[in-house]
Design a binder for this molecule. Structure first.
Ligand SMILES: Nc1ncnc2c1ncn2[C@@H]1O[C@H](COP(=O)(O)OP(=O)(O)OP(=O)(O)O)[C@@H](O)[C@H]1O
Ligand SMILES: [Mg+2]
Length: 354
């Protein structure tokens, strides 16, 4: 049995971690993470590929033992009281393995039995959840024939079978089309409005901006920013001026821009600078470039976004972050290829059932 310590105020947080670590040999996947997620919050967990998001989620959901540190979820220690934790949480993992030969309904029924839901109620519960995630029509189809979006919705339904109070969603919308993404956001909002505390990891900054009350950005296993999106954006302060000049003039233009503020990462082929004097500096920048004989092909001023917060915190832009040019992201501020701007490997995608 868990010892619910009345003297430990940290039991009040549905998700609490202190100095949480997980090392794999030399790889410090998670390297001292502190988290305090409040009841009823949607908490966004952001970071580049390999930052340690899934490893953190695995520890918080009792699937992986921490190397060091403590974590409590729903008031229980994830190591000592793993059973108690499991009973109270729902988890939709990034790489959940699902038997492709089973139907959606069969999988939900199996999950219901595993969670000890009385037999008489299994059918109703499965039907209710399929309805909730919009899969009623596909209930008796084999999961192997589901689209990626349908799979993610089924993952969500599976995680909800026992009405968890704390829900962990690891990249719930990766690979979804915009419509499916919006539908999933709606569902997360609805669950949250019903009182479920949600921690979700995401590659999509807009998603975090839309859904999360607070966010944490993790990089190299450490949390580098934490707070409300609004407050983090305000900290970035200066708006970003993004310019495009002919390829041969990039280096020269970079030198000019440096005198107006710090360079910021942008899409390949363009340059970004955080204007330390604010938007008023734009004419002066254009004049300086003009004086140096450079031809500005495109110019755009962006107010601080979560994308800027992320770039400032990690030095990288995420793939899929809004890009004016539509060019690939994940470029370092100096224009070099971001070493971690790699595409996600096949083994890291939510494995589609074959
Ligand atoms: N079982 C493992 N054995 C060895 N290394 C691992 C293992 N699991 C994760 N890692 C390493 O730990 C680091 C963090 O991985 P993790 O999966 O937590 O990242 P992530 O933030 O979820 O990334 P992604 O955005 O790609 O899902 C990576 O360097 C990864 O290669
Ligand atoms: Mg991951």
């Amino acid at each position: 049995m868990a010892v619910m310590s009345a003297t430990n105020p940290n039991n009040d947080y549905p998700i609490y971690a202190e100095g949480l670590m997980r090392h794999f040999g030399d790889v410090k996947a998670v390297d001292g993470v502190d988290l305090q997620v409040n009841a009823g919050e949607v908490f966004g967990f952001l970071g580049p590929n390999g930052a340690g998001k899934s490893t953190t989620v695995r520890m918080l959901t009792t699937l992986l033992r921490p190397t060091a540190g403590v974590a409590r979820v729903a008031g229980f220690d994830v190591v000592k009281d793993a059973d108690q934790v499991r009973r109270r949480i729902g988890v939709a993992l990034q790489d959940a393995a699902i038997d492709p030969l089973m139907t959606g309904h069969e999988l939900l029924a199996l999950q219901a039995v595993l969670y000890g839901i009385p037999k008489a109620k299994v059918r109703d519960r499965s039907r209710e959840l399929l309805e909730r995630v919009g899969l009623t029509g596909a209930a008796d189809r084999r999961v192997g024939t589901y689209s990626g979006g349908m799979r993610r919705r089924l993952d969500l339904a599976l995680s909800l079978i026992h009405q968890p109070t704390v829900l962990f969603l690891d990249e719930p919308t990766t690979g979804l089309d915009p419509m499916s993404r919006l539908a999933l956001w709606e569902e997360v909002r609805r669950l949250n409005a019903e009182g479920t505390t949600v921690l979700l990891t995401t590659q999509y900054l807009e998603e975090a901006d839309q859904l999360a009350d607070r966010i944490a950005i993790i990089d190299h296993g450490k949390i580098v920013r934490q707070g409300e999106p609004r407050e983090l954006k305000a900290q970035v302060g200066a708006p970003t001026l993004v310019i495009t000049v002919p390829g041969g003039q990039l280096d020269q233009a970079r030198e000019v821009l440096r005198s107006f503020g710090e360079l910021r990462p942008t899409a390949e082929g363009s340059l970004g600078v955080g204007l330390s004097a604010g938007a008023e500096a734009v004419p002066a920048v254009v004049r300086s470039l003009d004086d140096a004989g450079m031809q500005v092909q495109h110019l755009e001023l962006n107010e601080p976004s979560l994308d800027d917060v992320f770039a400032e915190a990690t030095g990288y832009r995420l793939e899929g972050a809004a890009s004016a040019s539509g060019l690939p992201q994940a470029q370092g501020a100096e224009g070099g290829t971001g070493k971690r701007g790699r595409k996600r490997g096949a083994n890291e995608t939510a494995s589609g059932a074959a």
